[in-house]
Write a new protein. Structure first.
Lengths: 148, 155
């Protein structure tokens, strides 16, 4: 079995103390994103749709461990990613959570909608590990040395 | 990019498929275009998945893979080697593959439009009779067949 390009992360980082919630209805995509952001030093948790993500956020808030980052797919059952972003942005205690859409939806109008609703970044599938790392570097969530 | 009223050009479907393939599965084993594929998908044992687009353009995008390809891509996407995989894992991986291909095909077509969640089946694809094939990319990966086809309503 050959290795997927998704396992060729920019670098293996020591834990940063930051955490990421990965929200995607595909187990395979969650696995890919988990390997990328774990390689960048994040602890990870996962949710299969928007409502499950809200439940995770509520539970994390209750124990004082709100994630630093949410990676959010658009098209999911139960609650889609756009609705999830609007729900997260209604809650002041989650205002510091960085929201990154990771989706196949690439129409300009949808990108604008997501950013206007409160997403900080937008990544279109297919992506590379470097593309995720570059966005996180721009957002100040990973150190600039990662892509050197 | 070439787009007709009915669907995307074959070259665009091929480019999208190759981009998705190389991003997630790598180039070590290249995806090679096949020019002599029969009309029926050439694998007895197959997985298929489809997404539909509704809006500025209406159509469906289907991926068909031999079982060997479906299993291999599932192992790669989940980063498992010899561990057994379940049919649910294969369905999930094949569904994500068609989601990425379909989403990028959608972006070439007139919008705005909406993309459905993937529908996945163990077996060859069956297409609705009110749709006609407007583009089809046949390829082989490791000697096994791969097909991406685009269907749109009959004119």
């Amino acid at each position: 079995m050959t290795q997927s390009p998704m396992d060729q992360s920019p670098t293996d980082q020591r834990p940063t103390g930051q955490s990421a919630l990965i929200v995607d209805d595909s187990k395979a995509m969650r696995s890919i994103l988990r390997r990328i952001v774990a390689g960048l030093g994040f602890e990870t948790t996962e949710a299969g749709h928007g409502q499950e993500a809200l439940d995770h956020l509520e539970a994390a808030t209750a124990i004082g461990r709100v994630p630093d980052l949410c990676l959010i797919d658009w098209n999911m059952p139960v609650m889609d990613g756009y609705t999830l972003i609007t729900e997260i942005r209604k809650r002041p205690e989650w205002r510091n959570v960085t929201l990154m859409m990771v989706t196949t939806e690439s129409e300009q109008g949808q990108i604008v909608r997501a950013l206007a609703a409160g997403a900080h970044e937008y990544v279109i599938k297919p992506f590379t590990p470097d593309a995720i790392a570059e966005k996180l570097e721009l957002l100040g969530l990973v150190s600039k040395g990662v892509l050197a | 990019m070439t787009v007709t009223q009915t669907g995307p050009a074959l070259a665009d479907v091929q480019a999208i498929t190759e981009q998705v393939w190389s991003s997630f599965l790598g180039d070590e084993e290249p995806l090679l275009q096949r020019f002599d594929a029969p009309s029926a998908f050439p694998a007895e044992q197959a997985w298929s998945a489809a997404v539909s687009v509704h809006g500025g353009w209406t159509g469906s995008i289907t991926v068909e893979l031999s079982v060997a390809v479906a299993q291999a891509l599932t192992h790669l996407m989940l980063a498992t080697d010899d561990e057994p995989i379940e049919d649910a894992d294969i369905a999930d991986a094949v569904g994500e593959l068609v989601n990425m291909v379909g989403g990028n095909v959608k972006s070439l077509m007139p919008g705005p439009s909406a993309l459905t969640l993937p529908v996945v089946a163990a077996g060859r694809a069956a297409h609705a009779t009110d749709l006609t094939e407007v583009a089809r990319f046949d390829a082989v990966w490791g000697g096994e067949p791969v097909r991406v086809s685009v269907h749109a309503p009959r004119a």
